[in-house]
Design a protein around this ligand. Structure first.
Ligand SMILES: [Zn+2]
Length: 399
């Protein structure tokens, strides 16, 4: 079987450049007093498009126990470093909602290590009357005290989907870097979350690695498949449909870390854009009505600006063309004067300086409106004759 093509978790591209390799081995058994060793080589590859670094090698199920010899599949950065839990709580505390019930999920639980600290912290501050705490661990399902334990493999999207319930807050601490496709994990999570759900994400900050941290952290290890930088992580979080509320580097312990609080928001940019287009359309409708009313009352009127706005307004009421042809509606434009548009000649502003009729300024961009206003003054057209139809704001922004 052809191995699955390596795809960048950040940008989705498949072109990589090998930058180095990491050797990793483990003792398999001792045969006749000789330990037998299994060795692997993992290649560190850099995405040719966005620069994200990924470890590539044999991440098949049979190799996983060799990669995590002491702990099976448990991810234990937080278990061995209690200072992380306190720094996480300090960072998210203002964002934990106060209500009767808080439903918290630890996605990548490390035996509930973090949840236990968090629950006692929240109880001490009477933050919630009831705390529902779910710990999703890669190991077996158990029941322990006040925390519900679930088995969940974050590399399997169906596993992720069925665990998502009515969470208020989730914690994903030193997990994403261990996943083969953290983008799919986050996107699956995000699409199944309730609105206003908040997610704390923490991963090592690989761009801050230096001799200052010594060899303690050993972040360049095949257990870490995706080696995030802060900009790459933020991009991936946003691409999964979550809004980054705040983020920072934290380097107070033996691992340089990236901390992010993200939120599932309800605002849909598609809706906002559609609403704005409706709003603009209703402004043009207002102008079309204004022009037709004047023409029907046999009042001569001019429009200044023969451009897109004129044609958008004609589309709303094609009868405007008839008024242009009959001469009831005069087209005025500096650049197009003398040309024929909609069957009538375009007039230079200086030629209507002495006539008394109103002139409706059709463009809406501030700079264009300004230059028309100053040209009018230049040709002796008084401001009383000028009508700026979008300024009246008599058309309300639709809800
Ligand atoms: Zn990439």
């Amino acid at each position: 079987m052809r191995p699955q093509e390596l795809r960048c978790a950040i940008c989705g591209h498949t072109k990589f450049v090998c930058i180095d390799s990491v050797s990793f081995g483990n003792w398999l058994a001792i045969k006749k007093n000789r330990p037998v060793r299994k060795d692997f080589v993992f290649r560190l590859k850099r995405c040719a498009f966005c620069g994200h670094i990924v470890s590539s090698g044999d991440y098949s199920a049979k190799n996983i126990p060799l990669l995590y010899p002491q702990s099976g599949l448990a991810i234990s950065a937080i278990k061995t470093r209690p200072y992380i839990a306190q720094s996480v709580i300090d960072y998210v505390y203002p964002y934990l909602k106060t209500s009767d019930t808080i439903h918290i999920a630890d996605l990548g639980g490390a035996d509930g290590t973090f949840l236990k600290t968090l629950i006692s912290y929240l109880h001490a501050r009477k933050r919630a009357a009831r705390i529902i705490a779910d710990n999703y661990d890669l190991r077996v399902q158990r029941k322990k005290g006040v925390i519900n334990f679930y088995r969940c493999n974050f590399n399997v999207s169906t596993d992720v989907r069925k665990t998502i319930r009515s969470f208020d807050f989730g914690f994903c601490i030193h997990v994403l870097e261990h996943l083969t496709d953290p983008r799919v994990f986050l996107a699956t999570l995000s699409s199944n979350l309730q609105k206003n759900f908040r997610l704390y994400i923490e991963v090592p900050a690989n761009e801050l690695l230096s001799e200052r941290f010594g060899l303690n952290a050993e972040l360049i290890h095949p257990q870490h498949i995706n080696m995030f930088t802060k900009p790459h992580l933020e991009f991936m979080v946003a691409a999964a449909g979550l809004t980054v509320i705040k983020s920072r580097y934290e380097a107070n312990g033996d691992i340089p870390r990236i901390q992010i609080v993200a939120e599932k928001r309800s605002d849909d940019p598609g809706k906002t854009i559609k609403r704005f287009i409706r709003y603009k359309h209703s402004l043009f409708e207002g102008v079309a009505i204004l022009l037709m009313r004047a023409c029907r009352a046999r009042k001569k009127i001019a429009v200044w600006g023969v451009g897109q706005n004129l044609f958008d307004i004609i589309k709303i009421n094609p009868a405007i063309v008839r008024s242009i042809r009959s001469g009831d509606l005069v087209l005025v434009d500096l650049n197009l004067s003398g040309k024929i548009v909609c069957g009538a000649p375009v007039i230079h502003p200086k030629d209507i300086a002495t006539s008394g009729f109103k002139i409706v300024v059709l463009p809406h961009e501030e700079q264009t409106v300004k230059s028309i206003r100053s040209s009018a003054g230049q040709f002796g057209i008084t401001q009383e004759r000028m009508v700026y139809p979008y300024k009246k704001r008599n058309t309300r922004f639709p809800a």
